[in-house]
Design a protein around this ligand. Structure first.
Ligand SMILES: Nc1ncnc2c1ncn2[C@@H]1O[C@H](COP(=O)(O)OP(=O)(O)OP(=O)(O)O)[C@@H](O)[C@H]1O
Length: 254
């Protein structure tokens, strides 16, 4: 269980996160909101990369704050929006560092692992991370966090934070990732920040909508996102909203 109580955080004179009050159980949650709504700031707070001005956050019984990063790495993983590669490590080398394993142990782990198969990484293990395409690099970094939170490796893991994980992925890897995250949500809390609104509208999964640094809605079923939210929060014209025969909203043109 993730517990967020009365969290406030001033980022600048013009933007602050206000009154975050939320409990998250196991599940796959979509974190939605327009550019600049505060999604990354929310994930940074949850991951312990920054500290709220007031309020507190717990991941299970671990208090979240930047002084606790060692303990936090045993209970949560975070795929940040931007990945910076400082060294020309191979994919295998990066996984070895993340998982605290030798490169040969990584090779053995990867031989038959669902994440490596699903992300088609076997043939990229010996490639330099700096010489991959955008989508290949995203797949390597996804593997880093998904293996890190694999329940077999870390039994106390309970939170996976993903900031725009679909960026650069082709459609078959996107589909695989969705299916994997849906399964993972049966065991831990998975929070995915993204802009794929039609995807959220099609999946019966919980979602949190953020706007102007505040929670606008928390829905147990993302298909219940209202037309008014799409118009008022996401600034979509009514003319691009359509409904399927099953009454599910869809956005035309994206
Ligand atoms: N280091 C910073 N200093 C000042 N302002 C910041 C800083 N980081 C973010 N902001 C501002 O805080 C607000 C929220 O940014 P945040 O990155 O959390 O939004 P977001 O919802 O993730 O946006 P996007 O969908 O564009 O990634 C924005 O107005 C942004 O310009």
């Amino acid at each position: 269980m993730i517990n967020i109580t009365k969290v406030n955080y001033k980022i600048s004179d013009t933007f602050k996160i206000t009154n975050l009050d939320l409990n998250l159980d196991k599940g796959t949650y979509h974190l939605l909101g327009p550019n600049g709504a505060g999604k990354t700031s929310f994930l940074n707070l949850l991951s312990g990369l920054c500290s709220p001005d007031t309020g507190h956050i717990f991941i299970g019984n671990v208090a979240v704050n930047p002084l606790n990063l060692g303990q936090l790495s045993k209970v949560r993983a975070y795929l940040m929006q931007k990945q910076v590669a400082h060294f020309a490590l191979t994919v295998k080398g990066m996984l070895a560092i993340t998982l605290s394993l030798s490169e040969s142990a990584v090779e053995t782990l990867c031989e038959n692992h669902d994440v490596i198969k699903g992300l088609d990484l076997l043939q990229l293990l010996n490639r330099s991370i700096t010489a991959l395409s955008g989508g290949e690099s995203q797949r390597a970094h996804l593997a880093r966090v998904l293996l890190h939170c694999d329940l077999k490796l870390e039994p106390n893991f309970c939170l996976l934070l993903l900031d725009e994980p679909y960026t650069g992925l082709d459609v078959s890897h996107k589909l695989w990732l969705n299916q994997y995250l849906t399964q993972l949500g049966k065991y831990i809390t998975v929070l995915i920040s993204h802009h794929e609104l039609n995807l959220a509208l099609n999946l019966a999964q919980p979602c949190i909508i953020i706007n102007n640094g505040q929670i606008h809605r928390v829905l147990t079923d993302s298909r219940d996102i209202e037309k008014s939210t799409l118009v008022d929060v996401f600034k979509l014209p009514l003319s691009v909203l359509s409904e399927t025969n099953e009454g599910i909203l869809q956005i035309i043109g994206i």
